[in-house]
Each structure stands twice: as C-alpha cells, then as structure tokens.
Design a protein around this ligand. Structure first.
Ligand code: SDX
Length: 430
C-alpha cells in the first residue's frame, strides 16, 4: 500500500507504476526522470513555460494567498506593516527575518544613511545619457556600473561584504533615481541630506531648489514611506526571479540588481504604473469607459493595472494605496484621474469578462495616481517601484545564496527543432 505522502503515476506507455514523494505540497520535478520507456531513456520532464505552476525555490520571506488576497512578510500581514512599520524596518525584516529591536534599527538606519552618496564619477557617467533618457534606463545602467566601483562585492559568500553591499544598494537607489531625474530636468544634482528620513531625503534630492533646506510635507513623506512598504517584496515575481537567476551564477549583487530592475521595467511588471496613467489619459472621461472596456474585451489591448498571476482576488496593496490616496489628496488636491480609475474599476468588476478571469486591480492600478498628485513625473513611477523593491531583491538573493545545495539556474527545454542534417555549401543552396 503506497504511503500517504506520495503520488502514484501510472505510465500507460509501459503499464509501470511509479511512486513520487510529496513534500510541502510539491513533488520534485527531478523524480519524474524515473518515468522511462527504456533504460537509456532520458526520462520525463515537466513543461511549464513562465513557471505558472513551478516552485523555483523554498522561501521564508513572503507569503501570498492569491485566492484570499493575503500578503505577509515573514508572517506579518501587509496591512499591519503598512500602518505600524516603516520602509527601512520592513527592509530589515525581509533581509534578516525578524523585526529589529531599537538598537538594531538605529544601527541599520545609520549604516544606510552613511552610504547615500554616489562616487563623483557617477555624475560624469550619467552626463553621457541623452537629455530625455528614461530614468529606468539610467537606473539600470548606473546600478550595473556600481559593480565597477565596488569590486569587493564579488566576495558574495562573505557575510560582512554582503552586509556592506546591502547598505550601499538600499542607500544609493534613491540617489541614483534623483540624479537621473535632475539630469533630465537639466537641474544641478542635490546631494543626500543625512538629516532627513529615507523618503524625505529622496524628495529633497528630487525637488530641492535654491532653498536652504528642503522640508517635505510630513503627510506626503509618510505616504511615500507606506507606498515603499507596499512595494518592498512580492515573493517570486518576474524581477525577483531575475535576481535569483543572475545571482545563482555568483555574479555580484549590483549586476544582479540591475538585471532585476531591467525585468521590472517591462509594462507587464513594474512598468504598469506608468502605463495605467497613459491608459487613463487615453480614456479621457467616464463616458468613454464602456467603449474602452468593450475594446479590451475584444482583445484590442489590456486593462493596465488589472490582473495578476497569483492574486485571483483584490490585491491587498491596491486597497491600501487607494485609501492612502485620500490622505495625499488632502494636501495636494484631488487628482481627478482617481475618480476615472474608480469608475473603470466599478464597471470592470461588474463585467463577466473580468469576473470570470478573476481580474482585479493590482498594486499598479492606483499607485501612479498618487505619485502624480505628489509631483512625480509618470516616467519616474517605475523608478519609485525599483527603489523599495531593492530590499526584496536583496532578501531573495541572499536566501538563494545561503540555501543548502544552491546551484546555478539552468532550465531544460523540450526540443522540437530539426533532426540531424548535413551542412550545405553556399553555392548549392536553393
Ligand atoms: C506587478 O508577480 C508579481 O507579484 C508582480 C507584482 C509585484 O509586486 O512584483 O505584483 C507587480 O507586476 C503587477 C502586475 C502589473 N501588470 C499589469 O497591470 C499589466 C496588465 N496585467 C496583465 O498583463 C496580466 O494580468 C499579468 C501580466 C499581470 C498577469 O499575466 P498572466 O498571469 O500571464 O495572465 P494571462 O496574460 O495569461 O491572462 C489570463 C487571461 C487572458 O485572457 P484569455 O486568454 O483567458 O482569454 O486574462 C486576460 C488575458 O487576456 N487578462 C487581461 C488582463 N490580464 C489578463 N485582459 C485584460 N486586461 C488585463 N490586464
């Protein structure tokens, strides 16, 4: 009698049965290689393009229950972290697995504060970009370039080195983002101000003009910190997968982070927040929403900011972002796009096309509307996603590196190409 935690597979090609062990709700794909039609047969593989049902790792960082719209970081519900924690504290939690005590948090914040400056040569490097270079292109390139400034980062198995690169990456992302923004505006760079909070410093480097000291509106500073908490990590999303894959070759964390940011840049991933604003502007007004929804249902485009590979219920982050918007609007004035966005959501969630496919607003649906109200240009929205997600990428990278039996990521393929054939000299080709 087969034991409880196994799968019995009957191969009808050979009438042979195989017992495959089930551990933590999964089978090891490698066990399928036992299923053969002949001794010298390679054995079975599992085919899962885009990893729709394949776990690439065992992780303790983030849990998402897509059916129930639940998101927890190291067991803590996102709703509690968003209302009670801070972005830097959540970054610490993601990377070290527990909430810091007062001393640990103070040390963590101090170490990050002391690493906000960029090497002066970075400014010369940035000057090479066209005046209207997209800030994500600048960010991806500049993060990769940091790899050349910190060759010590290659010592990836040295915990102290990983700690130092962690400080540098979390601290310098806002500075890179701000420099890219100021370069595009033709404005002088503003150096980091170590007397400000993480988000206050970013806003100072972005918006400070000829004033002695930039003081961010505390409501906006706090709202941005909440948005950063909501964007910090999201288990094995496309960019986290890129971070883990690049890191698995033992490349340094700067080039791995650059690769993760490159993946985030895509409009199907972190680039969606910018695409949502463009979509809402194209819709223009509530009276055009039914026609837009009809076009989407006819396959003439996607409802950006809607749908998710894991969430088949409302993205809990979208709910918190929408509530935070009201606090921001009290300071900035209401962004009329939010009323249009809520009308799009209302109509879509009553339409069978979206209900049947379980398409709900995701984190990107409302975030851009807040960012725009706060004075950020839509081209900066994905940069505002990459900054906080850096701590999630680092947490995933570190967990991958320290995992028992860690190996280089190298998927298999199902080969359907040509059978063997001989080379045809040029003169003899048709
Ligand atoms: C993020 O993975 C993460 O955790 C990501 C993220 C994170 O924090 O890291 O949460 C951040 O990337 C959020 C997603 C942002 N992207 C968008 O908002 C872009 C629009 N959304 C989609 O393109 C799509 O929903 C994805 C990319 C998010 C998910 O794609 P899937 O899981 O591959 O779904 P799919 O493309 O297979 O769609 C399934 C069906 C299809 O219809 P049918 O072929 O069954 O007829 O749903 C339809 C799709 O056409 N569909 C949509 C749609 N999303 C899916 N139809 C219209 N509008 C959409 N947005």
């Amino acid at each position: 009698m087969p034991s409880q935690d196994t799968l019995t597979i009957r191969d009808n090609r050979t009438d042979k049965d195989y017992e495959i062990e089930i551990v933590d709700g999964a089978i090891r794909a490698l066990d399928l290689r036992k299923v053969k039609v002949a001794e010298d047969d390679f054995g079975l593989m599992s085919y899962d393009p885009a990893f729709t049902n394949t776990a690439s790792c065992r992780s303790e960082i983030t849990m998402i229950d897509g059916e129930r719209g639940i998101l927890r970081h190291r067991g803590y519900p996102i709703e509690q972290l968003a209302t009670q924690s801070s972005y830097l504290e959540v970054a610490y939690l993601l990377i070290y697995g527990h909430l810091p005590n007062e001393k640990q948090l103070a040390e963590w914040e101090e170490n990050i504060t002391l690493h906000t400056m960029l090497h002066e040569n970075t400014k010369k490097f940035m000057e090479g970009f066209h005046h209207d270079a997209h800030p994500m292109g600048v960010l991806v390139s500049t993060v990769a370039a940091l790899s050349t400034f910190y060759p010590d980062a290659k010592d990836i198995h040295n915990e102290e080195s990983r700690k130092l690169q962690t400080y540098r990456l979390i601290a310098k992302m806002p500075t890179i983002a701000a420099y890219a923004y100021r370069h595009r505006r033709g404005l002088p760079y503003v150096y980091p101000d170590n007397g400000l909070s993480y988000t206050g410093n970013l806003m100072s480097m972005l918006f400070k003009m000829q004033r002695d000291k930039f003081v961010a509106n505390p409501v906006l500073e706090k709202a941005l910190d909440i948005l950063f908490i909501l964007h910090a990590d999201h288990e094995q999303n496309c960019s986290a997968n890129a971070m883990r894959s690049i890191g698995s070759s033992h490349a340094d964390p700067y080039v791995a982070t650059a690769g993760a940011a490159a993946a985030l840049y895509g409009p199907l991933h972190g680039g969606a927040n910018e695409a949502v604003l463009k979509m809402l502007r194209e819709i223009g007004s509530k009276k055009n929403v039914p026609k837009f929804i009809k076009d989407v249902k006819e396959g003439k485009g996607r409802l950006m900011g809607f749908g998710h590979r894991v969430y088949k219920n409302y993205d809990p982050r979208a709910k918190i972002i929408r509530d935070t918007a009201e606090q921001v609007f009290e300071v900035t004035g209401r962004n009329p796009l939010i009323d249009l966005a809520m009308e799009v959501e209302r109509i879509a969630l009553e339409d069978d096309y979206f209900v049947k496919r379980k398409l709900y607003p995701n984190v990107d649906f409302y975030s851009g509307i807040i960012y725009e109200a706060m004075g950020f240009h839509s081209r900066a929205f994905t940069v505002l996603f990459a900054i906080p997600r850096t701590s999630g990428w680092i947490a995933q990278w570190q967990e991958m590196l320290t995992e028992e039996g860690q190996r280089i990521a190298r998927p298999r393929q199902v080969y359907l190409g040509s059978e063997p054939r001989n080379y045809v000299p040029l003169g003899k080709r048709g």
